[in-house]
Design a protein around this ligand. Structure first.
Ligand code: FAD
Length: 287
């Protein structure tokens, strides 16, 4: 099933994101995570793609295929393009198709320090056009940024570029993490005014420790509301309290988002089924 079809029945979609195990860890570790996530019955699970863009480094396809065929949950494979040639992307598309993966989250990817980007793709919209024109029929999703992407001059420029991504063929968008729902609502209003009419899922990341969130925020530029930083400062030396406060903060965000009628919520699980379970159990009757 194409992900966009999940939004047709007016139910709020609840989805998860996982990442492949690090290179030194066996692939089986992700299956232990998925065994636990399966019971939470998400509408789909997406699998991230290594920033290097190297086919050899990536077990994304294998995991996305297992989610669909072994666990019976719809899946999406993330795919980056800035460090790949058209031939390499064609190989990945063939592999995804051969393994029965129907959905792709098409991304530019981050520029890797000391690695010269390849010339074939500059923006996700070019990858989206390339996928659409390929011989296989994939559901195509894209990324969006409630606070604007760090490379953009301002939010308006970023939203106009987002419109190009949708015009190129993205049928559904998943947002970058954010900690202030009002920023997401403001972004939604502007995106709709700009004529972006595809479903937009809100990306929610539960904070489990202060270092993790500071690293994330330095990479993606999400702003931290005062009540959030106060929470982190108060509990940073008490891991269990920090975890519980982080779960409660994410639950509050989700309750508000679903009450406001958002299209969907995408939980960045960080491959942590315990946290995903605590959050899912708190909000499952809302979806
Ligand atoms: P683009 O849509 O190409 O946008 C990048 C910048 O270029 C923006 O500033 C945009 O405004 C501008 N732009 C876009 N189109 C045009 C245009 N036509 N002309 C001029 N400017 C333009 N990274 C990974 O490596 N692996 C992953 O699995 C992964 N998963 C992600 C999942 C989500 C939900 C999100 C939000 C991000 C993910 N990322 C992942 C990070 C992503 O690769 C980076 O944020 C990257 O820097 C931008 O990717 P993009 O697809 O949004 O790029």
């Amino acid at each position: 099933m194409k992900l966009a079809e999940l939004f047709n029945n007016r139910k709020t979609v609840f989805s998860f994101e996982v990442f492949p195990p690090k290179r030194d860890n066996p692939i089986e570790t992700i299956y232990n995570t998925l065994d636990a996530l399966q019971d939470l019955k998400p509408d789909f699970i997406s699998v991230t793609y290594g920033a290097s863009g190297s086919l050899a480094d990536n077990s994304t396809c294998e995991i996305a295929s297992a989610i669909k065929h072994r666990y019976g949950i719809e899946s999406a494979a993330h795919l980056t393009c800035v460090n790949s040639t058209k031939e390499e992307v064609t190989q990945v598309l063939k592999k995804l198709h051969d393994n029965g993966v129907e959905n792709i989250l098409a991304l530019r990817g981050d520029l890797v320090p000391d690695v010269e980007p390849k010339e074939d793709f500059k923006h996700a919209s070019e990858l989206i056009t390339f996928i659409r024109e390929s011989e296989n029929d994939f559901g195509i999703s894209g990324a969006c940024y409630p606070e604007g992407h760090l490379d953009s001059r301002d939010q308006i420029e970023d939203i106009l570029n987002l419109k190009k991504k949708v015009d190129a063929g993205a049928q559904h968008l998943i947002s970058q993490l954010f900690f202030d729902n009002n920023l997401f609502y403001d972004f939604l209003d502007k995106a709709r005014i700009a004529g972006i009419n595809v479903p937009i899922e809100a990306g929610i990341m539960p904070v489990v420790n202060k270092k993790q969130i500071e690293r994330m925020v330095s990479l993606c530029g999400a702003s931290l509301p005062a009540k959030f930083t106060k929470m982190m400062s108060r509990y940073e030396t008490r891991p269990e309290a920090m975890r519980d406060a982080g779960i409660a903060y994410a639950v509050n965000q989700i309750v508000d988002l679903v009450s406001q009628g958002v299209d969907g919520v995408h939980l960045y699980t960080m491959n942590n089924p315990y946290i995903a379970k605590r959050i899912s159990e708190s909000v499952k009757s809302l979806f």
